[in-house]
Design a protein around this ligand. Structure first.
Ligand code: ASP
Ligand code: MG
Length: 403
């Protein structure tokens, strides 16, 4: 029997009715003659609530205990779903990440999977049962419970699909797929029928919310066909698949934006070897995730370095830059929370010149100033004022005829 891995996110299992609806769909999939492994997230905002509780009781929060706490949400979902399946006469067994054989390193709160020993899952499947696995967690090589980072239930699902040789991994969420732009900003944005892994990676990295970046990477590296679809409408959704050479590629597939970034500028640093290395090593040592970096050509031997970080990392980034500014010889460190990034993404860009020009002309036509620019072979990103970004998205979506 073909095997599918189905992952249900927090809103998909948000209350008792939702859990019963999910059980129905799992039962339906079984009736279609497929084996199913289910991965669930914590119900609704459970993980946020647990983190808030931790903040209320402790400013220290030993990472081992943090993981023990926040992994609990997923465990609740597994047991409830198995009970709902029992009501429908579907035999199912719940498994924690540890019981499912997901072995990780010891890097608590953001552990990496080192190995999956899925024997208990394959045994359950052989007995005709539906294994229901708690997402987002594993057990470390030191035998402690670990978690894999926020949003990582997707990763659990993709990794299990890879190791079990599943025909597909279906990611169920509260949107109907991957869109050509955020439909809340662009009402005539359309759902993409299929996107390539490369495009999906860029979409996730540029701030698209539908699929966690690490999961997109894992799926690409292990050739796991993914489908993102809604557990509210059950319509087909978006396939994320290997690029197909026979396919005519759209020049631009999607316009993605994010407002969750901030910019740091370190001004007046001497233009000599080792300055950027020193700064970015210090940022890396504090686990600050640097996104775009821009350095100007020097004038009179000094230059400015600007970079963007997730807004949640801004204070740490500023602290690091200020602590180093004397050593680096910088004249000032500025931070800016009012920035946003808009990106156009499309595999067809590789062979079509002029996309950059069209993007800049479109922004110019809207009177929108570009602050920073970065590119990959299939993406162009501009940092702009936060107040301008939604207008930028709408204009670009129109200019590239994505409606
Ligand atoms: N419950 C975890 C989180 O909220 C994992 C997930 O939902 O993917 O980050
Ligand atoms: Mg999630």
């Amino acid at each position: 029997m073909p095997l599918v891995v189905q992952k249900y996110g927090g809103t998909s299992v948000g209350d008792a009715d939702r859990i019963r609806a999910v059980a129905d769909h799992v039962a339906r999939t079984r009736r279609e003659g497929k084996d199913v492994v289910v991965v669930v997230s914590a119900m609704g905002k459970t993980t946020d609530d647990l983190i808030r509780l931790a903040d209320e009781v402790s400013s220290v929060q030993p990472p081992r205990e943090y993981d023990m706490l926040v992994s609990a949400g997923e465990r609740i979902s597994t047991a409830l779903l198995c009970m709902a399946l029992a009501d429908l006469g579907v035999a199912a067994s719940s498994f924690t990440g540890s019981q499912a054989g997901i072995v990780t390193d010891t890097d608590h709160t953001k552990a990496k999977i080192v190995e999956i020993r899925a024997t208990r899952l394959t045994e359950a499947l052989a007995e005709g049962k539906v294994p229901v696995v708690a997402g987002f967690q594993g057990v470390s090589t030191e035998r402690d419970v670990t978690t894999l980072g926020r949003g990582a239930s997707d990763l659990t699902a993709v990794a299990l699909a890879a190791v079990l040789g599943a025909a597909a991994c279906e990611i169920y969420t509260d949107v109907t797929g991957v869109f050509s732009a955020d439909p809340r900003v662009v009402p005539d944005a359309h759902r993409l029928g299929r996107v390539s892994f490369e495009e999906m990676l860029e979409i996730s990295a540029a701030g698209g919310q539908v699929l966690q970046l690490r999961s997109a990477e894992f799926a690409r590296n292990h050739h796991v066909p993914l489908q993102v679809r809604s557990s509210f409408t059950w319509e087909p959704g978006t396939w994320i698949v290997e690029e197909d050479a026979s396919m005519e590629q759209a020049v631009v597939t999607a316009v993605i934006h994010t407002t969750s970034q901030a910019k740091v500028t370190v001004s007046g640093v001497p233009d000599r070897p080792g300055i950027a290395a020193r700064l970015f090593r210090a940022l890396a040592d504090r686990s600050v995730n640097v996104d775009d970096v821009v350095q100007n050509t020097s004038v009179h031997g000094t230059t400015d370095i600007s970079f963007t970080v997730p807004r949640t990392d801004l204070q740490t980034a500023v602290d690091v830059a200020e602590a180093l500014s004397g050593e680096l010889g910088a004249t000032a460190v500025h931070s800016d929370r009012g920035v946003a990034k808009v990106s156009v993404i499309g595999a067809g860009m590789r062979s079509h010149p002029g996309v950059t020009a069209t993007m800049f002309e479109t922004l110019a036509g809207e009177g929108i100033n570009i602050d920073m620019i970065s590119t990959s072979t299939i993406r162009i990103s501009c940092v702009v004022r936060g107040d301008d970004v939604e207008r930028a998205v709408r204009a670009l979506h129109g200019a590239f005829e994505l409606a």
